[in-house]
Ligand binder design. Structure first.
Ligand code: C2E
Ligand code: MG
Ligand code: MG
Length: 737
């Protein structure tokens, strides 16, 4: 209710000013009266709403404004009475009270909340303010004070003539201080309106005084009056916009000072231009012309120098030296800016996958190359208003402006992933695809940079632990799994000692014979004392990150070899090898000693690695050495990574395992079989064996055989089973049926 009344009031005031000013254009003779009446109304409304605003908060500031308005009303009354009664005394009262109004206004603005300053910053701020006021002073001196004094014999009436412009300068001082200290707040907030209003008002008032001083009032343009009226209007609206504050303004928050730092430069341009114009106008080229020119050039050069060093030192604070993107501070500032403008935006958090591996294997220079190239892709993808930042070692963030839903942000995330994958980084002989996990979140009201990053991080971590190199949007149902994973990681360290890990075996069968087992894949399980059976999909990535995988991997290998020896059958065993294990310098020795201990021939062991494990030359060399000892290598989950085909031809491998997601797509159509068929063909050409994973139906088995894949595993034949329970004879018999 109160709000709608206030809305009406604001509308009526705006209408009043506009109609009045429009009327003045057609009736110039009435201009002074219209303006006087308008200002009186504005002053009265401004006084009342100033008092009201003072009750809601920042009492001193709004009280000053109310007092200023009261002075203005007093001036009006005094001068009205004076014009009738012709008492000189009242004229004096009017003028003095008017000067008081300027004082109150200026003082009020200085009370607006501002950034705290200290030391050199305070001196710099002082210098900037002096520059602005000096510019204003030059203008006022030439256009108002000089003509006023020159044209009138020395008298006390000078005070009336030059008092107003000095009052204007006082307000200019206050406005400059407020702008340079960042007291503006949101653009339609009370402080911004107040400061804008005072700016307009003082310019209009100075122009008015100038015209008067030069006896030009007869041809006075309507603009001076318009500026004064608009200024008065904004100053009146300002206290009406004061709401009961929801939270205390943060005095330590960094204000957005970007454009107001140009204020001193603008002042110098105004002052300099004025000097040149006056020198030319007054025909004072000799001797003043040269001196003025020299001084201006000097001042301009020094200013440029200052601005550049200012920019430099600012840039150093907000940019990342390696990539040239913004850094954490720069990102926080950018987020703060869009939050203040209340614009919708999204934040992507990008974490490179396996970066540490690359850094360790190729050295820091290579790591830097990966980071700069990735930064380059990011820069290529974002639009003008967006901000890309590097906020940690291999962590990047992208602020996407004007985004209101997750879809477009997801599209950008997808493009980032695509660009990275499509542009492998060349490191000497190798070219490494860059992979990343991306979390994204949309900004909500009352967000903070920290909270935004936290949500994006939760989403990113979901991708990370799934190991999918993709993106996800934050959803409140997501829980931050870090703590949970950390606890799991701790438990996992003890799991081996406490015998909680064991190995299951899934037969790998000959499809053509209908399912005769030819091998088994060893698959680890964890019987957690409290959580029950934990899937390797959940704990292997944790073990990988903590390093526990090395020990677990060797345990599985040893168990599998023991089991194979115990079976005493014509089988081989396939054991998964995690990327981190490939980086272990002792891997080859460890594997060979297990084979020796268990008496398993190397040609009865297959080690399965994923594409992402084979990132560097040393991993390839390790695989080649293992092969040299007669152990075969399989590429697991083939087709889900990003390895280029060219890359594959150089790898020391024997077997390609078609990922079960492709097998699941087999449905008798060419579309369904496209990828599986391509992998099988590729395998043939490279003389590799193909094994299909995840066969669940006889139709899939039939189609695979038709496509030329003779070996597979899946629930159709057998689930992962404890070694002691596997009955190979039964399996072989069933297959021949
Ligand atoms: P993987 O190496 O691709 O293993 C195949 C996975 O597919 C196994 O899941 C298996 O149970 C499942 N599977 C087999 N046939 C079918 C089927 O017909 N349908 C469906 N839906 N799934 C089928 P599991 O045992 O949960 O293992 C998951 C992954 O965990 C493995 O994928 C492997 O990457 C990793 N893993 C398991 N054991 C080890 C280990 O000892 N060391 C390492 N480094 N990783 C392991
Ligand atoms: Mg496997
Ligand atoms: Mg697999």
């Amino acid at each position: 209710m109160g709000r709608s009344v206030r809305g009406w009031g604001i509308g009526v005031l705006i209408l009043l000013v506009l109609v009045g000013q429009a009327y003045s254009v057609f009736e110039p003779g009435q201009r002074a009266y219209v303006l006087g009446a308008t200002m009186l109304i504005l002053d009265i409304v401004g006084f009342v709403s100033g008092l009201r605003a003072a009750k809601r908060g920042e009492a001193a500031l709004w009280l000053m404004i109310a007092l200023g308005r009261l002075c203005a009303i007093g001036t009006f009354v005094a001068l009205m009475v004076e014009s009738v009664a012709q008492t000189h005394f009242l004229w004096w009262v009017g003028v003095s009270v008017r000067l008081g109004a300027f004082g109150f206004f200026a003082f009020a603005v200085l009370l607006a909340p501002a950034q705290r300053m200290a030391g050199r910053m305070r001196v710099g701020h002082f210098a900037e303010t002096v520059a602005v006021v000096a510019g204003g002073f030059m203008v006022v001196w030439y256009f108002v004070i000089n003509p006023a004094i020159v044209g009138t014999p020395a008298s006390l009436s000078w005070i009336g003539l030059i008092g107003y412009p000095i009052g204007d300068l006082l307000m200019l001082l206050a406005v400059a201080v407020a702008l340079l200290r960042g007291s503006i707040g949101p653009p339609t907030g009370p402080h911004a309106l107040l400061i804008a209003g005072m700016g307009l008002y003082l310019i209009g008032d100075a122009v008015w005084s100038g015209l008067e001083a030069q006896r030009l009032m007869v041809i006075s343009s309507p603009y001076a009056g318009l500026l004064v009226a608009l200024g008065g209007l904004l100053m009146t609206l300002a206290p009406m916009r004061v709401r009961v504050p929801e939270k205390q303004p943060d005095r330590n928050a960094k204000p957005d000072l970007r454009w107001s730092t140009h204020l001193p430069v603008a002042a110098m341009v105004v002052g300099g231009t004025l000097m040149v114009v006056v020198t030319v106008e007054e025909n004072d080229m000799l001797p003043w012309g040269g001196l003025v020119l020299g001084l201006i050039t000097m001042a301009a050069a020094i200013t440029v120098r200052q601005v550049i060093s200012l920019r430099d030192s600012r840039d150093q604070i907000v940019t990342d030296a390696l990539t040239g993107l913004a850094n954490r501070t720069g990102l926080d500032e950018a987020i703060g800016r869009v939050l203040r403008r209340r614009e919708p935006f999204a934040l992507l958090l990008v974490d490179l996958d396996g970066f540490k591996l690359i850094n360790d294997a190729y050295g820091h220079a290579a790591g830097d190359t990966v980071l700069t190239e990735f930064a380059h892709h990011l820069r290529g993808i974002i639009r003008g208003g967006d901000v890309a930042a590097r906020i940690g070692g291999d962590e990047f963030a992208v602020l996407l402006t004007a985004v209101t839903s997750a879809d477009p942000a997801g599209a950008v995330a997808q493009r980032v992933l695509g660009a990275a994958a499509a542009n492998p980084v060349r490191l000497g002989e190798d070219s490494l695809p860059i992979r990343a996990s991306i979390g994204l979140t949309l900004a909500v009201e009352e967000d903070t940079p920290k909270e935004l990053l936290r949500r994006a991080d939760v989403a990113m971590y979901q991708v990370k632990r799934a190991g999918t190199h993709g993106w996800r949007a934050y959803d409140p149902a997501m829980t931050d799994r870090r703590a949970e994973d950390a606890a799991l990681s701790e438990d996992l360290d003890k799991a081996l000692l406490r015998d909680q890990l064991y190995v299951l075996y899934q037969p790998i069968v000959d499809l053509d014979s209908g399912g005769r087992p030819i091998a088994v894949e060893a698959l680890v399980r964890w019987q957690h004392p409290a959580l029950g059976l934990v899937s390797p999909v959940q704990f292997i990535p944790i073990a990988e990150r903590s390093g526990a995988i090395t020990e677990i991997g060797l345990y599985v290998l040893e168990e599998a070899c023991k089991q194979l020896a115990a079976w005493d059958r014509q089988l081989y065993v396939s054991v998964n090898l995690a990327p981190r294990q490939l980086q272990e310098p002792t891997l080859v020795l460890d594997v060979l000693s297990i084979l020796r201990r268990t008496g398993v021939e190397p040609d009865r062991l297959v080690l399965e690695v994923t594409e992402s494990a084979i990132v560097d030359q040393s991993a390839i060399a390790t695989l080649a050495t293992l092969r040299g000892h007669g152990i075969r290598i399989a590429v697991d989950d083939f087709g889900t990574g990003y390895s280029s085909l060219h890359y594959l031809t150089r790898l020391p491998v024997d077997i390609l395992k078609v990922d079960r997601s492709f097998v699941a797509e087999l449905n008798g159509t060419p579309e369904g079989s496209a990828i599986t068929e391509a992998v099988i063909r590729l395998s043939h050409v490279l003389h590799l064996t193909t094994i299909a994973e995840g066969i669940e139906t006889p139709e899939q088995a039939a189609e695979l055989r038709q496509l030329g894949c003779g070996i597979g595993q899946g629930f159709l034949y057998a689930r992962p089973t404890p070694g002691a329970d596997l009955d190979f004879t039964a399996l072989a018999e069933r297959s021949t049926l």
